[in-house]
Ligand binder design. Structure first.
Ligand SMILES: *[C@@H]1O[C@H](CO)[C@@H](O)[C@H](O)[C@H]1NC(C)=O
Ligand SMILES: *[C@@H]1O[C@H](CO)[C@@H](O)[C@H](O)[C@H]1NC(C)=O
Length: 380
């Protein structure tokens, strides 16, 4: 059903011409149609500040660039070869968990961080094929003396939380250990990745996502040497041991099975400029800035969308790709021009593009969208 909506928009463009794009009212309803065909209930309004939002993981950029080259276009549109799984949507779901102060009774010298990934950003129709947790540790020692002491070792434990903890109850009872390992902090960032596909799948059910807890325990350090950590305390005095900044994201690859037709396209994307008035694909570059979408679409900034325009005159030649119905309609039109209109010049072949954008939760999403470019027109 969805691709039809896109087709409808393109069809509207065909009827109304390029001028329709600047018409505010027309644009509003077309925008709604278009967004719903992209699986968005409304225009994303990313909340974060401009600066923090502009960060796009380099792996995602690489995939986007790859999807732009022709060879990748002709490959299976519903396989993400980088991860070797089925999928046409790749999201970097951002962590929304709080940093909890350590020094609790259960873990004297721990740094504790909740991890929460809102999985309701996935539409119910999507099939989750991979969820990979990435935790990055950025370590910037305050004092050079710390660097001279060589790499610091941290013990890292990751727990899944299986139910909510009531006030006063022991939180340990509601946790299950998923991973326990040690990492060495170096001035370059270090990271941990872990497959969490089945857990993330369970998080999609309403009310089932209690998130994760990450515990960091510095090894071979005196507890009283540690930086007294409190959330919001950004500039502590002369810490003996600087704790790392933690950045976590969940790479979620999912498949919308309704958007899996072949991505093959003709090699000639650039249409010649023509003056003929016969039905033909015409060049139309859509600049996302013109439609006010530059704040949520990261890339591309625009694309050659094209449109169909022109007459479907009698007799309908073969190059106009008319249906038998259209051939008969032009015949009837030539006999009775006022009673029966000419067939319409419409897209008969469309091709996809890839888009990189921010959703409403500020997650970066890479997604392939079908039927975005008019390749061929015909009389229908
Ligand atoms: C998760 O995301 C959905 C959809 O964007 C939103 O309605 C919901 O409030 C979010 N939940 C949390 C806990 O942030
Ligand atoms: C009709 O299809 C052919 C190839 O199938 C194409 O070359 C031609 O441009 C199409 N006609 C129009 C009006 O787009």
């Amino acid at each position: 059903m969805r691709p039809n909506v896109t087709r409808l928009v393109l069809l509207a463009v065909c009827f109304l011409g390029v001028r329709a794009l600047s018409h505010v009212e027309e644009m509003k309803s077309q925008e709604r149609l278009f967004l719903s065909s992209l699986g968005l209930s409304g225009r994303p309004r990313p909340a974060g500040s401009h600066q923090s939002r502009r960060y796009v993981p380099s792996a995602l950029w690489k995939m986007f660039r790859r999807s732009e080259n022709t060879q990748a276009r002709e490959s299976d549109p519903c396989t993400v070869s980088e991860y070797g799984v089925r999928g046409n949507i790749i999201r970097y779901v951002q962590d929304q968990g709080r940093l909890v102060s350590g020094w609790s009774s259960s873990c004297q010298a721990c740094l504790e961080k909740q991890l929460f990934f809102n999985m309701s950003v996935l539409q119910p129709v999507e099939l989750l094929s991979l969820a990979q947790l990435e935790i990055k540790f950025h370590w910037k020692p305050f004092r050079s003396a710390e660097l001279l002491q060589g790499p610091r070792t941290l013990s890292v434990s990751l727990y899944k939380v299986i139910r909510a903890t009531l006030r006063g109850a022991n939180p340990q009872a509601n946790r299950r250990l998923l991973l326990s390992q040690s990492i060495q902090l170096q001035p370059e960032s270090s990271s941990i990745t872990m497959d969490l596909t089945s857990l993330a799948e369970s998080w999609r059910k309403p009310g089932r996502n209690y998130g994760l807890v990450l515990e960091l325990l510095p090894l071979s350090v005196d507890a009283n040497e540690l930086l007294p950590f409190h959330p919001g305390n950004s500039l502590p005095l002369e810490p003996a041991f600087t704790l790392p900044l933690i950045q976590a994201s969940l790479v979620a690859v999912s498949l919308n099975p309704h958007q899996c037709r072949s991505r093959q396209r003709r090699s000639a994307i650039h249409l010649p400029v023509t003056l003929s008035n016969v039905c033909k694909a015409r060049r139309l570059y859509i600049d996302f800035k013109d439609v006010g979408w530059q704040d949520w679409i990261i890339a591309p900034q625009g694309y050659m969308a094209n449109y169909c325009h022109g007459e479907c005159p009698f007799p309908l030649s073969e190059s106009l790709n008319g249906t038998n119905h259209a051939i008969l309609q032009t015949l009837v039109h030539s006999l009775d021009p006022n009673g029966t209109p000419q067939p319409c010049c419409v897209p008969i072949r469309l091709s996809p593009i890839s888009m990189l954008y921010y959703d409403n939760n500020d997650n970066v999403v890479l997604r392939h969208y079908q039927d975005m470019v008019v390749d061929e027109c015909g009389c229908r």
